[in-house]
Design a protein around this ligand. Structure first.
Ligand SMILES: [Zn+2]
Length: 387
Protein backbone atom coordinates (compact mmCIF):
# COMPACT_ATOMS: atom_id res chain seq x y z
CA UNK A 1 0.00 0.00 0.00
CA UNK A 2 1.34 3.41 -0.93
CA UNK A 3 0.95 5.54 2.19
CA UNK A 4 1.96 8.74 0.42
CA UNK A 5 -1.11 8.39 -1.83
CA UNK A 6 -3.42 7.75 1.13
CA UNK A 7 -2.02 10.79 2.92
CA UNK A 8 -2.45 12.99 -0.14
CA UNK A 9 -6.08 12.05 -0.79
CA UNK A 10 -7.84 13.63 2.16
CA UNK A 11 -11.61 13.93 2.51
CA UNK A 12 -11.08 17.63 2.82
CA UNK A 13 -9.40 17.76 -0.57
CA UNK A 14 -12.26 15.73 -2.10
CA UNK A 15 -14.78 18.09 -0.53
CA UNK A 16 -13.07 21.31 -1.65
CA UNK A 17 -12.77 20.22 -5.29
CA UNK A 18 -16.19 18.60 -5.57
CA UNK A 19 -17.83 21.60 -3.93
CA UNK A 20 -16.31 23.90 -6.51
CA UNK A 21 -17.66 21.73 -9.35
CA UNK A 22 -21.16 21.13 -7.95
CA UNK A 23 -21.64 24.88 -7.43
CA UNK A 24 -21.31 25.40 -11.18
CA UNK A 25 -24.59 24.89 -13.01
CA UNK A 26 -23.70 22.76 -16.04
CA UNK A 27 -27.16 21.36 -16.66
CA UNK A 28 -28.67 20.50 -19.99
CA UNK A 29 -29.73 21.68 -22.47
CA UNK A 30 -27.32 24.65 -22.33
CA UNK A 31 -24.55 22.79 -20.55
CA UNK A 32 -22.24 25.80 -20.19
CA UNK A 33 -19.43 23.29 -19.77
CA UNK A 34 -16.83 25.96 -20.53
CA UNK A 35 -17.47 27.25 -16.99
CA UNK A 36 -16.44 23.81 -15.76
CA UNK A 37 -13.37 23.80 -18.02
CA UNK A 38 -12.26 27.16 -16.58
CA UNK A 39 -12.87 25.99 -13.01
CA UNK A 40 -10.86 22.80 -13.53
CA UNK A 41 -7.98 24.78 -15.03
CA UNK A 42 -7.87 27.07 -11.99
CA UNK A 43 -7.34 23.99 -9.79
CA UNK A 44 -4.13 23.35 -11.78
CA UNK A 45 -3.09 27.01 -11.83
CA UNK A 46 0.18 26.55 -9.96
CA UNK A 47 1.44 23.79 -12.24
CA UNK A 48 2.77 24.09 -15.73
CA UNK A 49 0.39 21.63 -17.35
CA UNK A 50 -0.05 20.39 -20.88
CA UNK A 51 -3.68 20.76 -21.91
CA UNK A 52 -6.04 21.28 -24.81
CA UNK A 53 -9.42 23.00 -24.70
CA UNK A 54 -12.08 21.96 -27.22
CA UNK A 55 -14.42 24.84 -27.95
CA UNK A 56 -17.88 23.62 -29.02
CA UNK A 57 -19.15 27.26 -29.14
CA UNK A 58 -21.95 28.83 -27.07
CA UNK A 59 -19.94 28.43 -23.85
CA UNK A 60 -19.69 24.69 -24.35
CA UNK A 61 -16.31 23.06 -24.12
CA UNK A 62 -14.28 19.99 -23.27
CA UNK A 63 -10.78 19.67 -21.87
CA UNK A 64 -7.90 17.20 -21.99
CA UNK A 65 -5.05 17.49 -19.48
CA UNK A 66 -2.07 15.30 -20.32
CA UNK A 67 0.65 14.24 -17.90
CA UNK A 68 3.48 13.17 -20.21
CA UNK A 69 5.02 9.76 -19.59
CA UNK A 70 8.57 8.54 -20.20
CA UNK A 71 7.17 7.06 -23.42
CA UNK A 72 4.48 8.81 -25.43
CA UNK A 73 3.78 5.84 -27.67
CA UNK A 74 1.15 4.51 -25.32
CA UNK A 75 -1.29 6.11 -22.98
CA UNK A 76 -3.97 5.51 -20.38
CA UNK A 77 -7.07 7.70 -20.56
CA UNK A 78 -9.61 8.72 -17.97
CA UNK A 79 -12.96 10.07 -19.13
CA UNK A 80 -15.45 12.07 -17.14
CA UNK A 81 -18.32 14.18 -18.37
CA UNK A 82 -18.81 17.66 -16.97
CA UNK A 83 -22.45 18.23 -17.93
CA UNK A 84 -25.39 17.11 -15.81
CA UNK A 85 -29.08 16.49 -16.30
CA UNK A 86 -31.37 19.42 -15.41
CA UNK A 87 -33.17 20.03 -12.13
CA UNK A 88 -36.92 19.92 -12.65
CA UNK A 89 -38.10 19.89 -9.06
CA UNK A 90 -35.86 22.49 -7.45
CA UNK A 91 -38.20 23.17 -4.51
CA UNK A 92 -38.52 19.52 -3.60
CA UNK A 93 -34.82 19.05 -2.90
CA UNK A 94 -33.68 18.61 0.68
CA UNK A 95 -30.80 21.05 0.01
CA UNK A 96 -30.52 23.49 -2.90
CA UNK A 97 -29.05 21.44 -5.77
CA UNK A 98 -26.16 23.84 -6.50
CA UNK A 99 -25.13 24.55 -2.89
CA UNK A 100 -22.97 21.44 -2.44
CA UNK A 101 -24.14 20.94 1.15
CA UNK A 102 -22.32 18.28 3.17
CA UNK A 103 -24.49 16.35 5.60
CA UNK A 104 -22.74 13.54 7.45
CA UNK A 105 -20.72 11.45 5.02
CA UNK A 106 -22.43 12.82 1.92
CA UNK A 107 -22.30 15.80 -0.35
CA UNK A 108 -25.64 16.68 -1.95
CA UNK A 109 -26.13 18.36 -5.28
CA UNK A 110 -26.95 17.96 -8.95
CA UNK A 111 -24.10 16.10 -10.58
CA UNK A 112 -22.48 15.07 -7.28
CA UNK A 113 -22.77 11.38 -8.23
CA UNK A 114 -23.27 11.72 -12.01
CA UNK A 115 -20.49 12.53 -12.25
CA UNK A 116 -18.61 15.41 -10.71
CA UNK A 117 -17.51 12.96 -8.00
CA UNK A 118 -15.70 10.86 -10.59
CA UNK A 119 -14.29 14.00 -12.17
CA UNK A 120 -12.94 14.95 -8.73
CA UNK A 121 -11.22 11.55 -8.41
CA UNK A 122 -9.58 12.16 -11.80
CA UNK A 123 -8.44 15.65 -10.81
CA UNK A 124 -6.92 14.38 -7.56
CA UNK A 125 -5.02 11.68 -9.46
CA UNK A 126 -3.55 14.31 -11.79
CA UNK A 127 -2.73 16.59 -8.86
CA UNK A 128 -0.85 13.80 -7.11
CA UNK A 129 1.35 13.18 -10.16
CA UNK A 130 2.06 16.88 -10.53
CA UNK A 131 2.62 17.59 -6.85
CA UNK A 132 5.03 14.66 -6.48
CA UNK A 133 6.68 15.45 -9.83
CA UNK A 134 6.10 11.89 -11.04
CA UNK A 135 6.66 10.95 -14.67
CA UNK A 136 4.46 7.93 -15.35
CA UNK A 137 5.66 5.28 -17.80
CA UNK A 138 2.92 6.20 -20.32
CA UNK A 139 1.11 9.44 -21.13
CA UNK A 140 -1.94 9.89 -18.93
CA UNK A 141 -4.87 11.76 -20.48
CA UNK A 142 -7.55 13.21 -18.26
CA UNK A 143 -10.52 13.94 -20.54
CA UNK A 144 -13.36 16.14 -19.33
CA UNK A 145 -16.20 15.91 -21.80
CA UNK A 146 -19.21 18.07 -22.62
CA UNK A 147 -22.65 16.90 -23.63
CA UNK A 148 -22.50 13.27 -22.50
CA UNK A 149 -26.13 13.38 -21.41
CA UNK A 150 -27.31 14.16 -24.93
CA UNK A 151 -25.20 13.75 -28.07
CA UNK A 152 -21.73 13.18 -26.69
CA UNK A 153 -20.11 16.00 -28.71
CA UNK A 154 -17.22 16.27 -26.23
CA UNK A 155 -16.20 12.60 -26.39
CA UNK A 156 -16.55 12.60 -30.17
CA UNK A 157 -14.40 15.73 -30.57
CA UNK A 158 -11.68 14.29 -28.36
CA UNK A 159 -11.74 10.97 -30.22
CA UNK A 160 -11.65 12.73 -33.60
CA UNK A 161 -8.67 14.87 -32.51
CA UNK A 162 -6.49 11.74 -32.41
CA UNK A 163 -5.34 12.37 -28.82
CA UNK A 164 -6.57 8.91 -27.82
CA UNK A 165 -5.00 7.04 -30.73
CA UNK A 166 -2.22 5.48 -28.64
CA UNK A 167 -4.51 4.73 -25.72
CA UNK A 168 -4.35 1.16 -24.46
CA UNK A 169 -6.73 1.34 -21.50
CA UNK A 170 -9.68 3.59 -20.74
CA UNK A 171 -11.28 4.37 -17.40
CA UNK A 172 -14.79 5.83 -17.49
CA UNK A 173 -15.28 7.52 -14.14
CA UNK A 174 -19.11 7.22 -14.09
CA UNK A 175 -20.68 6.14 -10.79
CA UNK A 176 -20.39 2.36 -10.63
CA UNK A 177 -20.80 1.89 -6.90
CA UNK A 178 -17.02 1.30 -6.90
CA UNK A 179 -17.53 -1.91 -8.88
CA UNK A 180 -15.76 -2.78 -12.12
CA UNK A 181 -18.27 -2.04 -14.88
CA UNK A 182 -17.29 -4.26 -17.81
CA UNK A 183 -20.33 -3.80 -20.01
CA UNK A 184 -23.03 -1.31 -20.81
CA UNK A 185 -26.25 -1.71 -22.69
CA UNK A 186 -26.75 -0.08 -26.05
CA UNK A 187 -29.59 2.32 -26.76
CA UNK A 188 -31.48 2.41 -30.03
CA UNK A 189 -34.34 4.88 -30.14
CA UNK A 190 -36.64 4.62 -33.13
CA UNK A 191 -39.54 6.85 -34.00
CA UNK A 192 -42.11 5.17 -36.20
CA UNK A 193 -44.38 7.40 -38.31
CA UNK A 194 -47.36 5.81 -39.99
CA UNK A 195 -49.42 7.68 -42.59
CA UNK A 196 -52.74 6.21 -43.65
CA UNK A 197 -55.92 7.54 -45.18
CA UNK A 198 -58.68 9.39 -43.41
CA UNK A 199 -62.33 8.37 -43.72
CA UNK A 200 -65.57 8.71 -41.79
CA UNK A 201 -65.70 6.50 -38.71
CA UNK A 202 -68.68 4.67 -40.15
CA UNK A 203 -66.67 3.62 -43.24
CA UNK A 204 -63.34 2.16 -42.10
CA UNK A 205 -63.32 0.16 -45.35
CA UNK A 206 -62.65 3.42 -47.23
CA UNK A 207 -59.72 4.52 -45.09
CA UNK A 208 -56.34 3.24 -43.94
CA UNK A 209 -56.26 3.33 -40.16
CA UNK A 210 -52.80 4.54 -39.12
CA UNK A 211 -53.26 3.59 -35.44
CA UNK A 212 -54.19 0.02 -36.25
CA UNK A 213 -51.25 -0.29 -38.62
CA UNK A 214 -48.93 1.20 -36.03
CA UNK A 215 -50.06 -1.39 -33.48
CA UNK A 216 -49.62 -4.15 -36.06
CA UNK A 217 -46.19 -2.81 -36.98
CA UNK A 218 -45.02 -2.63 -33.36
CA UNK A 219 -46.22 -6.17 -32.63
CA UNK A 220 -44.38 -7.58 -35.64
CA UNK A 221 -41.24 -5.59 -34.85
CA UNK A 222 -41.21 -6.75 -31.24
CA UNK A 223 -41.61 -10.39 -32.28
CA UNK A 224 -38.70 -10.07 -34.72
CA UNK A 225 -36.27 -9.01 -31.99
CA UNK A 226 -34.45 -11.47 -29.76
CA UNK A 227 -35.42 -10.44 -26.24
CA UNK A 228 -34.55 -13.85 -24.78
CA UNK A 229 -30.77 -14.23 -25.10
CA UNK A 230 -29.02 -13.26 -21.88
CA UNK A 231 -25.76 -11.50 -21.15
CA UNK A 232 -24.43 -12.44 -17.70
CA UNK A 233 -23.85 -8.81 -16.69
CA UNK A 234 -26.59 -7.03 -18.62
CA UNK A 235 -29.54 -9.40 -18.82
CA UNK A 236 -31.67 -9.30 -21.95
CA UNK A 237 -32.31 -6.88 -24.79
CA UNK A 238 -35.50 -4.94 -24.07
CA UNK A 239 -38.08 -3.33 -26.34
CA UNK A 240 -40.32 -0.65 -24.86
CA UNK A 241 -42.87 1.59 -26.59
CA UNK A 242 -42.62 4.82 -24.64
CA UNK A 243 -44.62 7.29 -26.74
CA UNK A 244 -47.74 6.72 -28.80
CA UNK A 245 -49.74 9.45 -30.50
CA UNK A 246 -52.47 9.51 -33.10
CA UNK A 247 -56.09 10.17 -33.88
CA UNK A 248 -58.34 13.22 -33.71
CA UNK A 249 -61.86 12.05 -32.86
CA UNK A 250 -63.84 8.91 -32.18
CA UNK A 251 -65.60 9.03 -35.55
CA UNK A 252 -62.60 9.74 -37.80
CA UNK A 253 -60.24 7.10 -39.18
CA UNK A 254 -56.83 8.49 -38.16
CA UNK A 255 -54.43 9.67 -40.87
CA UNK A 256 -51.13 9.91 -39.01
CA UNK A 257 -49.82 8.10 -35.93
CA UNK A 258 -46.42 8.02 -34.29
CA UNK A 259 -44.68 5.95 -31.66
CA UNK A 260 -41.25 6.04 -30.08
CA UNK A 261 -39.56 2.78 -29.24
CA UNK A 262 -36.66 2.51 -26.81
CA UNK A 263 -34.63 -0.62 -27.53
CA UNK A 264 -31.83 -1.40 -25.06
CA UNK A 265 -29.46 -3.98 -26.41
CA UNK A 266 -26.85 -6.43 -25.21
CA UNK A 267 -23.56 -6.67 -27.15
CA UNK A 268 -24.53 -9.66 -29.34
CA UNK A 269 -27.27 -7.59 -31.02
CA UNK A 270 -26.19 -5.36 -33.88
CA UNK A 271 -28.19 -2.16 -34.21
CA UNK A 272 -27.81 -2.29 -37.95
CA UNK A 273 -29.55 -5.70 -38.02
CA UNK A 274 -32.38 -4.40 -35.85
CA UNK A 275 -32.88 -1.33 -38.05
CA UNK A 276 -32.86 -3.51 -41.17
CA UNK A 277 -35.46 -5.84 -39.65
CA UNK A 278 -37.61 -2.82 -38.82
CA UNK A 279 -37.36 -1.58 -42.40
CA UNK A 280 -38.20 -5.00 -43.86
CA UNK A 281 -41.37 -5.25 -41.79
CA UNK A 282 -42.39 -1.75 -42.88
CA UNK A 283 -41.73 -2.57 -46.54
CA UNK A 284 -43.82 -5.73 -46.35
CA UNK A 285 -46.80 -3.98 -44.76
CA UNK A 286 -46.63 -1.14 -47.29
CA UNK A 287 -46.44 -3.59 -50.18
CA UNK A 288 -49.67 -5.22 -49.03
CA UNK A 289 -51.63 -2.00 -48.58
CA UNK A 290 -52.10 1.00 -50.86
CA UNK A 291 -51.97 4.47 -49.29
CA UNK A 292 -49.95 3.21 -46.33
CA UNK A 293 -46.60 4.76 -45.47
CA UNK A 294 -44.36 3.66 -42.58
CA UNK A 295 -41.14 5.57 -41.88
CA UNK A 296 -38.49 4.94 -39.27
CA UNK A 297 -36.37 7.73 -37.77
CA UNK A 298 -33.40 6.63 -35.71
CA UNK A 299 -33.13 9.19 -32.91
CA UNK A 300 -30.33 7.71 -30.86
CA UNK A 301 -27.95 4.95 -31.77
CA UNK A 302 -25.36 3.92 -29.21
CA UNK A 303 -24.13 0.36 -29.38
CA UNK A 304 -23.67 -1.91 -26.40
CA UNK A 305 -20.01 -2.34 -25.43
CA UNK A 306 -18.17 -4.86 -23.29
CA UNK A 307 -14.66 -5.71 -22.10
CA UNK A 308 -13.67 -9.33 -21.57
CA UNK A 309 -13.05 -10.03 -17.89
CA UNK A 310 -10.05 -12.14 -18.90
CA UNK A 311 -8.39 -9.14 -20.51
CA UNK A 312 -5.00 -8.31 -18.97
CA UNK A 313 -6.21 -4.78 -18.11
CA UNK A 314 -9.12 -6.09 -16.05
CA UNK A 315 -6.99 -8.73 -14.35
CA UNK A 316 -4.37 -6.12 -13.36
CA UNK A 317 -7.05 -3.75 -12.09
CA UNK A 318 -8.86 -6.41 -10.10
CA UNK A 319 -5.56 -7.51 -8.57
CA UNK A 320 -4.82 -3.94 -7.56
CA UNK A 321 -8.25 -3.43 -5.98
CA UNK A 322 -7.82 -6.59 -3.95
CA UNK A 323 -4.37 -5.46 -2.84
CA UNK A 324 -5.94 -2.21 -1.66
CA UNK A 325 -8.61 -4.28 0.14
CA UNK A 326 -11.47 -3.15 -2.10
CA UNK A 327 -13.91 -5.77 -3.21
CA UNK A 328 -14.27 -4.75 -6.87
CA UNK A 329 -16.84 -7.22 -8.15
CA UNK A 330 -17.96 -7.05 -11.79
CA UNK A 331 -21.00 -5.19 -12.96
CA UNK A 332 -22.99 -4.32 -16.06
CA UNK A 333 -24.57 -0.90 -16.53
CA UNK A 334 -28.02 -0.43 -17.96
CA UNK A 335 -27.44 3.14 -19.09
CA UNK A 336 -25.03 4.34 -21.75
CA UNK A 337 -21.90 6.39 -21.17
CA UNK A 338 -19.27 8.07 -23.32
CA UNK A 339 -17.88 4.55 -23.90
CA UNK A 340 -20.52 3.94 -26.57
CA UNK A 341 -19.25 6.98 -28.50
CA UNK A 342 -15.58 6.05 -28.57
CA UNK A 343 -15.01 2.34 -27.86
CA UNK A 344 -16.41 0.93 -31.14
CA UNK A 345 -13.87 3.05 -33.08
CA UNK A 346 -10.89 2.90 -30.75
CA UNK A 347 -11.35 -0.80 -29.94
CA UNK A 348 -9.65 -0.37 -26.59
CA UNK A 349 -10.52 -2.22 -23.37
CA UNK A 350 -12.42 -0.01 -20.96
CA UNK A 351 -13.77 -0.17 -17.45
CA UNK A 352 -16.51 1.89 -15.89
CA UNK A 353 -15.21 2.54 -12.42
CA UNK A 354 -16.24 5.56 -10.44
CA UNK A 355 -17.39 6.75 -7.04
CA UNK A 356 -21.02 6.93 -6.02
CA UNK A 357 -24.08 4.85 -6.61
CA UNK A 358 -25.41 4.78 -10.17
CA UNK A 359 -28.95 4.63 -8.76
CA UNK A 360 -28.38 8.24 -7.63
CA UNK A 361 -27.90 9.45 -11.20
CA UNK A 362 -30.61 11.85 -12.41
CA UNK A 363 -32.43 11.63 -9.03
CA UNK A 364 -33.76 14.28 -6.71
CA UNK A 365 -31.45 14.74 -3.69
CA UNK A 366 -28.55 13.30 -5.68
CA UNK A 367 -25.62 12.74 -3.33
CA UNK A 368 -22.27 11.05 -3.02
CA UNK A 369 -20.19 9.73 -0.18
CA UNK A 370 -16.98 11.78 -0.03
CA UNK A 371 -14.97 8.75 1.07
CA UNK A 372 -16.03 7.02 -2.16
CA UNK A 373 -14.41 9.83 -4.18
CA UNK A 374 -11.24 9.29 -2.14
CA UNK A 375 -11.22 5.50 -2.59
CA UNK A 376 -11.56 5.76 -6.35
CA UNK A 377 -8.83 8.40 -6.54
CA UNK A 378 -6.62 6.01 -4.61
CA UNK A 379 -7.28 3.20 -7.07
CA UNK A 380 -6.66 5.46 -10.11
CA UNK A 381 -3.43 6.84 -8.69
CA UNK A 382 -2.04 3.46 -7.72
CA UNK A 383 -2.96 2.05 -11.12
CA UNK A 384 -1.20 4.85 -12.96
CA UNK A 385 1.95 4.43 -10.86
CA UNK A 386 2.07 0.67 -11.38
CA UNK A 387 1.38 0.58 -15.12
ZN1 LIG B 1 -23.13 10.18 -16.29
Amino acid sequence: MNQSIKDFITLDKCKTILEKLVKINSTHPKGNEMDMVRAILTIFEKYNIEYKVFDHSENRGSLVITIPGTSSKESIAFLGHIDTVPVEDYDEWKYPPFDAVVDGEYMYGRGSADMKGGVTSMIITALYLLEKKITPSKDIHFCFTADEELNGIGALAIKDSGILDGTKEIFIAEPSDEKLGLAEKGALWIEVVVDGLSAHGSRPDLGVNSIEYLIEYINQFRTAIDCESTNPLLGKTTFSVNEFNGGVKTNVIPTQSKASIDIRTIPIHSHEDIINKGKEIADKLMKDKNSLSIRLNVENNRPAVETDREHEFIKKLKGLCEKLSYEASYKGLHFYTDASQIIPDLKVPFVILGPGDDAMAHQRNERIELSSVARIAEIYTNYVLEN
